[in-house]
Each structure stands twice: as C-alpha cells, then as structure tokens.
Design a protein around this ligand. Sequence first.
Ligand SMILES: [Zn+2]
Length: 71
Amino acid sequence: MRQWRWQRSGYDERVHAFAADERPASFVEAVCSHTVPFARLARTHAGTRCLKCLLIVGDDLVARVAPPTPS
Ligand SMILES: [Zn+2]
C-alpha cells in the first residue's frame, strides 16, 4: 500500500504528492513527475494542491477502497 506525503514545491508553489518511502536524494519526483530539488521542498501541505497529483492519488485511493471486481 502506498503512502503519500504532500509537500510544497518551491518551483511552482504548489503542493505535490510524493511517495513517503522515497529515499532522500538531491532531487525528488512527485507522482505527477514534477521534480524539485530536495532543498526547495517546504515541509507543509498548506497551499494550492497540484491537480495532477490529486487525480493520481485519488485514483489510487478509489482502487484501494473499491477494488475492481473480477468479471
Ligand atoms: Zn504534482
């Protein structure tokens, strides 16, 4: 099961979803493939969320709550 961490990027001032188990690196990549230097990440989820990240994480949550039934 994937865990997400919402953090604000200093590049576009939007809050993106990052995989919580991602190893610390000089650059980190959000689920929408926005990349940002680790040093430019704000440890806050206050702000405007990235729509692409919301949709991707939303789809993941739906699949978790209601797994597709085999036909
Ligand atoms: Zn994003």
